[in-house]
Design a protein around this ligand. Structure first.
Ligand code: NAD
Length: 260
């Protein structure tokens, strides 16, 4: 379905990004993976994409808080594959803290990685997409791009910003056969969420199972975590030719969280 296409997935050494990179590769796309981790684990993942799906995969160590490294990642991808057809802005971090105690540098870092990096990557990838008159931009926002929770001021601000940027980009490029959409997952049991569960267990002096049932899954009416593979399947669909008319929208994949 995506044979001959090339994709960048930011923050794809773990969790949702890794799942999306594998989904796009399974559909036939060449992939640039990105993110932090042990070099041997990253190389295993990169080589695995090539071996499992018969595509080309390269790794970019670009730090999503550094604009020049983001532009460099897009240039590297264009050089290696001749194009960036699909850009998935997924890298993200979280910190849970009351706003009056929120560390200032951490707030800035969350906004930079979770939102501003999307601007830099889109800005660098769009000229090539316009030239080829084809492109797919997928921003991994969150249910927290649509609704708020207490103690997540930086994350909620950044993710609402991502949803706004998604709409703006969609309008600007609509006539170039380029789409831009946001995916808004509920809770997915990735390392990002495991850390939150551990923090909440400590703060509330509760066993982990109770945190999962009474705090985390309390938001999700279907009482289950979203699976990485479900998000990957949605990203693959949005990357396909049949999704040309879906643009500027935020697609919830949250077990009913934001239907309340
Ligand atoms: P994760 O911690 O498993 O993965 C985050 C990835 O981002 C890793 O590959 C990490 O190395 C990378 N990363 C972090 N900082 C980076 C930087 N400065 N430069 C480059 N890469 C960087 O987290 P996840 O749960 O898979 O989250 C992925 C995205 O999905 C995030 O944007 C997150 O906000 C969003 N999201 C997650 C959930 C959830 O429940 N897990 C829900 C909604 C949205």
């Amino acid at each position: 379905m995506l044979k001959g296409r090339s994709a960048i997935v930011t923050g794809s050494t773990s969790g949702i990004g890794l799942g999306i990179a594998r989904g796009l590769a399974a559909a036939g796309a060449n992939v640039v993976i990105n993110g932090f981790g042990k070099p041997e684990d990253i190389e295993k993942e990169r080589a695995g994409l090539e071996a499992d799906f018969g595509v080309k995969a390269i790794y970019s160590a670009a730090d999503m808080s550094k604009p020049e490294e983001i532009a460099g990642m897009v240039a590297t991808a264009e050089e290696a594959f001749g194009a960036v057809d699909i850009l998935v802005n997924n890298a993200g971090i979280q910190l849970v803290s009351p706003i009056d105690e929120f560390p200032i540098a951490k707030f800035d870092q969350i906004v930079a990685i979770n939102m501003v990096s999307n601007f830099h990557a889109i800005r660098a990838a769009l000229p090539g997409m316009k030239k080829r008159n084809w492109g797919r931009i997928i921003n991994v926002a969150s249910a927290h791009g649509l609704v708020a929770s207490p103690f997540k001021s930086a994350y909620v601000s950044a993710k609402h910003g991502v949803v706004g940027m998604t709409k703006t980009v969609a309008l600007e490029v609509a006539e170039h056969k380029i789409t831009c959409n946001a995916i808004c997952p509920g809770f997915v049991r990735t390392p990002l969420v495991e850390a939150q569960i551990a923090d909440q267990a400590k703060v509330n002096n509760m066993p982990v199972e109770n945190v999962v049932r009474d705090i985390i899954l309390a938001s999700q009416p279907n009482k289950r975590f979203v699976e990485v593979e479900e998000i990957a399947a949605l990203a693959v669909f949005l990357s396909g030719d049949n999704a040309l008319s879906i643009t500027g929208t935020s697609i919830s994949i949250d077990g009913g969280w934001t239907a309340r």
